[in-house]
Structure formats: C-alpha cells, structure tokens
Design a protein around this ligand. Structure first.
Ligand SMILES: Cc1cc2nc3c(=O)[nH]c(=O)nc-3n(C[C@H](O)[C@H](O)[C@H](O)COP(=O)(O)OP(=O)(O)OC[C@H]3O[C@@H](n4cnc5c(N)ncnc54)[C@H](O)[C@@H]3O)c2cc1C
Length: 399
C-alpha cells in the first residue's frame, strides 16, 4: 500500500518520502501472499455462512480458522463488530463496495503496467473458486443475479470446473461446483512492489528510507508534522500518510486515532510446480486455501487465524497447510523441494473494507486495513487517496 501510494503521489507531483522499518519494500504482510489479483472476485470475510461456522471455530475444529490463544478486550470488540457485518444486509453491502473497489483497482493497476516492463510472474490466469456446499453456490449465483454478471464470470458445476482446469482431476476435496472468474490475474506481490518502488524513485524522485522505524509522529505548532525515527532523527513534512498495515494502529493511537484493524494471520509456501499444478488460480473456499502458479513455482497460501500467533502455533499451522494442500491436490507441488514458507498478518477491518482517507487530524491520512485483498485493492486505494489529496500544483495553489 505504501509503495502504490508513493507512486501515485509522486506522479501527482508531490515530494514523497517513504519510511519503512524493514530493509526493503513489501517485507511484511505483502511478502509471499497468495499472489492473486482478484479484480473480479473480492468478497468480505464476514458472511452469513460464517455465523454457521462459529461453533466449529470456537471448538477449534474448523480447519480454516483459529481464535487468539488469549481473549482480549480488543478482539472481543472487533469480533462483535465483525459478527454485525456477517448479517446478510451488511454483508451484501460490504460485498458490493468491495467488488466496486476491486474492479476500479484492476483498471488503475493496468494503467501502471502500461508504463512499465515489470517482471513479476504476472499473467491473466483466470480464477476458480471451489465451493463445498450448494448454499455457497446459491449465494454466488444470487450475487451474480444481483448485477455482478459479466461475460467472464459465472457459476459452474463441478464437471465444468474439471473442464476449465483439468489439473483438478486428482482433487480430493468435497467441492460441488464453483465460481469461474476469467479475468483474474496472478503474480508476485513483493517483486511487483520492489520494481514499483524503483520506478517511483527513478521517475518521480520518491525517496525510500529503509530500516527507518517511525517511533512517533508529532504535530507542529507552526503547521505540518514531524516524523521521529527510533534513531531520534527527525523529519518535517506537510502531511503524513499511514500505510502501516497491522503495525500502525498503536502509533495512530498516540495521535488519538483509533482504528478497528485486527491481525488475521495466514501462511504460505512456495515450491516448484508439480504435475497437477493448476494453470488457473484456484481457491478452496472451505479451507481458505489458494493455489497460484507464479512462473515455475506454485504459491499455496491460506488459513485465517485471529490475533498474532505464537511461534509454536506458526510452526503447527505451516505443517497443517502443507498436509492439507497435499491431501487436496497431491501432485500440485514438488513438496520435496519447498523453497520457502511464510507467515503474514492481514490488516482486517470488521467490514473487510479498507480505511482510505482523511482523519480528524489535519494533515494525517490513512490507507490501511485492506485485509484479505490488499494487493488486489492497492492500486485503486492509492489512486483514491491521491485524488483526495489532489495534484501538487492544486495543493500549493490552495495553500
Ligand atoms: C497468507 C496470505 C495470503 C494473502 N493472499 C492475498 C492475495 O492472494 N491477494 C491479495 O490481494 N491479498 C492477499 N493477502 C492480503 C495482503 O497481503 C495484505 O492485505 C497486504 O499485504 C496489506 O498490505 P499493507 O501495505 O497494508 O501492509 P504491509 O505490507 O504489512 O505494509 C506495512 C508496512 O508498514 C511498515 N511499518 C509498520 N509500522 C512501521 C513503523 N512504525 N515505522 C516504519 N515502518 C512501519 C512495515 O515495515 C511494512 O512494510 C494475503 C495475506 C496473507 C497473510
């Protein structure tokens, strides 16, 4: 989010500096995510069917979800709001808004790519979401009936799934059918972000300060703000945009800004493709596991664990991801040569909608909380924020 926002503001003529505590771009929640650009399929985590899963989640028997090991007031408050968004009316409204944002983001992403020759395993793979129950299929069908219809999106029977993606012939899950989204894309988010950072620096003079942990942001009496790093270095700026994912909420609290963003952890592994690696991006909706072929590697990502998981749970869930993926599609990857495993925390809001815009503090902006679809939404959210701030020429005239 930080890199796309810096790119857009740089393009609008602003002088931009990115402070990131990591040694490079996209090294936290964006690093080895599912690699899916789901422009035609971005749906909220809170749905009426999730309410039916609550007993299994509470008992720890739902394979996709885990609750925090210790209950906190913060989680209780967030989960009550989240359950409110699982009600059918709220969930439908969230789904419509998310679908709109995702579609807009797809167009902006394409505009960015038109100016570049990036190499990040990007291709229009199409996507197949496999559903375990007829109710989920019915819901997908009614979403299409309510205006989401497009030529490249339709609900398909399981036989059609096999026709569309023959690599699923040895799939052992319980899918009864799926949703096919022809235009969806895959790629590597970290490689994309690195290259966009380089381009932003080269074309628009954006400065990237890595290994720069922001300890505090202070308002100045003379206007503007001062960024204070852990090294005690200070830098004055006219406006501060928080694109700080999960980690930024504490920093914002010191400015009196409280956000309903809670970490929902997920896991991934990257390995050479096996003989049954699907060409399309495949999502198993029940297990919340995605399979994306990026170049000659398969990225398998999944699960949704609320709260920051302990070391022990992380190890256990990575193992569960490997075992479950291997059971679902045995030859999807060369599991003997797993290249890397990864753990990330999705910055999730109760509605699954991101928080993009102004705050009660003059000169403090937000672009955070993109949850399950942060890479998908990044280009559109960055454009939205840049439009809100306006081109540098207009801002300086107004000042
Ligand atoms: C397993 C998994 C699979 C996923 N699959 C997909 C997918 O297929 N498609 C998709 O669209 N999305 C996917 N997502 C979601 C997506 O990865 C996230 O929504 C997205 O990465 C969030 O981006 P962000 O920029 O908000 O956060 P981050 O990438 O975490 O960026 C926040 C940045 O802020 C910096 N920072 C924080 N605090 C400070 C500080 N005090 N000082 C300096 N720097 C600071 C961090 O170093 C970091 O670089 C997935 C997520 C997971 C976990």
């Amino acid at each position: 989010m930080g890199v796309t926002t810096a790119y857009m503001l740089g393009k609008y003529g602003h002088e931009v500096t990115v402070f990131d505590r990591e040694p490079g771009a996209a090294m936290e929640s964006s690093f080895a995510n599912g690699g899916q650009l789901s422009y035609g399929f971005a749906s909220p985590m809170g749905t009426p069917s999730l309410i039916g899963k609550v007993p299994g989640i509470l008992m720890g028997s739902d394979p996709a979800f885990r609750l925090p090991s210790a209950m906190s007031f913060e989680f209780m408050r967030w989960s009550l709001q989240f359950l409110g968004h699982c009600r059918s009316g709220a969930s439908r409204r969230d789904a419509e808004e998310l679908a709109r944002l995702a579609a807009q983001s797809g167009s902006v992403f394409q505009e960015i790519l038109n100016d570049t020759e990036f190499e990040f395993g990007h291709r229009q793979a199409g996507k197949l979401v496999l559903y375990k129950s007829r109710t989920d299929m019915q819901k997908a069908r009614s979403a299409l009936d309510q205006g989401e219809t497009s030529a490249s999106k339709r609900v398909v029977s399981y036989d059609e799934c096999l026709e569309l993606e023959p690599a699923l012939k040895n799939y052992t899950g319980q899918a009864v059918g799926g949703l096919w989204v022809g235009g969806d894309e895959v790629g590597d988010a970290a490689r994309f972000s690195e290259q966009l950072a380089e381009l932003s620096a080269r074309n628009f003079g954006v400065k990237f300060r890595f290994n720069a942990n922001v300890a505090k942001v202070e308002a100045l009496a003379s206007g503007g703000h001062e960024i204070i790093l852990s090294s005690e270095e200070r830098e004055r700026c006219d406006a501060v945009i928080f694109c700080t994912g999960v980690a930024g909420t504490k920093l914002l609290q010191t400015l009196g800004i409280k956000l309903p963003i809670y970490p929902v952890m997920g896991y991934s592994l990257t390995a050479p493709v096996g003989q049954d690696a699907p060409k399309m991006a495949v999502t198993d909706a029940g297990y919340k596991i995605v399979f994306s072929q990026i170049g000659d590697q398969i990225r398998i990502a999944g699960f949704a664990d609320f709260g920051i998981a302990s070391e022990e749970r992380r190890r256990q869930r990575i193992q569960e991801l490997i075992v479950t993926a291997r059971r679902l599609i045995p030859e999807v990857a060369d599991y003997s040569r797993i290249k890397s495993t990864w753990i990330g925390a999705r910055p999730a809001t109760p509605s699954s909608l991101p928080i993009v815009g102004t705050t009660k503090r003059n000169g403090i902006y937000l672009n955070m909380g993109h949850g399950m679809f942060g890479w998908t939404l990044s280009a559109g959210a960055a454009q939205k924020l840049a439009d809100l701030i306006g081109p540098a020429s207009q801002v300086s005239q107004a000042a």
